[in-house]
Design a protein around this ligand. Structure first.
Ligand code: AMP
Ligand code: MG
Length: 267
């Protein structure tokens, strides 16, 4: 499953040619959620070890167009994990004090510490995509950022962070259904902004911008994965699988217990 969605460094992700309804071999909702349950048990065990060892961290970067399902994914994959060693950061348009610094300043401040799993709901990639599409900075400014980011991520990896970058590939048709649901459901309406329609009107342009940035920034040390996002069960199982795989590669070890504890009875 992972091989199919990993974008090899220097290759085109061909996002538009990928099927957002692909089931990645998971067949149906029932078997995907059964798989997810198993993966979550593994995740919990590995998370506990990651925390106990306190040497490495994992960073999951989530990008995708509106209604690609970033929030729901966070809920689905991480429920049941220990909140003590998870750290979620959601990136909105920068505040004036954030804009008074370089674009990675606010991002760096909320990276996971050693032992933690960090989740970025949107990320520093908005500093290429959003600023480009909304023309917030001149082209020469965003065009040089992929180069910074590849090196910055390399530094994080060198220092002990495993980075998993996920683009949730939702179709324009499924996005319509989900945005309509947001408008129609009073519980969800707060999520909808009229400006989401401006972005939707440029759906293909956004995909083209992602196409470019993913090709430029998928590296051996911090690969991108393009995950089909029309089925919630596919993306949840796929992302859980990516995290388990990342943690297995770290293979965190429990710290040595103090000598002489075996058989010690407390009175
Ligand atoms: P949401 O994820 O729906 O809450 O929306 C957050 C909004 O903030 C999106 O429209 C993003 O494009 C925008 N955003 C996030 N980061 C940045 C950034 N660095 N520069 C400009 N806009 C951003
Ligand atoms: Mg939104």
């Amino acid at each position: 499953m992972i091989g199919k969605i990993r974008i090899a460094p220097g290759t085109k992700p061909r996002i538009a040619a990928r099927d957002p309804r692909d089931d990645l071999g998971l067949k149906d909702k029932g078997s995907a959620y059964a798989r997810l349950d198993g993966l979550r048990v593994e995740l919990e065990r590995l998370q506990q070890r990651l925390y106990a060892e306190g040497r490495h961290s994992v960073l999951l970067v989530l990008q995708g167009l509106d209604a690609a399902g970033k929030d729901g994914l966070v809920r689905k994959v991480f429920e049941g994990l220990n909140p003590q060693s998870c750290r979620v950061a959601s990136f909105k348009a920068p505040t004036s004090s954030e804009l008074a610094h370089d674009y990675l300043w606010r991002v760096h401040a909320v990276l996971p510490a050693r032992g933690e799993i960090g989740i970025f709901n949107r990320s520093h990639y908005e500093d290429i995509i959003a600023v480009r599409m909304l023309e917030l900075v001149p082209a020469k400014v965003w065009q040089r950022r992929p180069r910074h980011i590849v090196e910055w991520e390399r530094m994080l990896v060198d220092e002990g962070t495993t980075i998993v970058k996920v683009f949730l590939n939702v179709s324009k048709d499924e996005q319509r259904v989900r945005l309509q649901e947001r408008i129609d459901d009073p519980e969800k309406r707060w999520k909808f902004r009229k400006s989401d329609l401006d972005v939707r009107a440029r759906f293909d342009e956004y995909i083209a911008a992602y196409e470019e940035v993913i090709e430029q920034t998928s590296s051996k040390h911090a690969p991108w994965f393009v995950v089909p996002a029309d089925h919630n069960w596919v993306k949840a199982a796929a992302v859980a699988e990516l995290l388990v795989d990342a943690l297995e590669q770290i293979d965190p070890q429990l710290p040595e217990a103090e000598a002489g504890l075996g058989g010690l009875v407390i009175d």
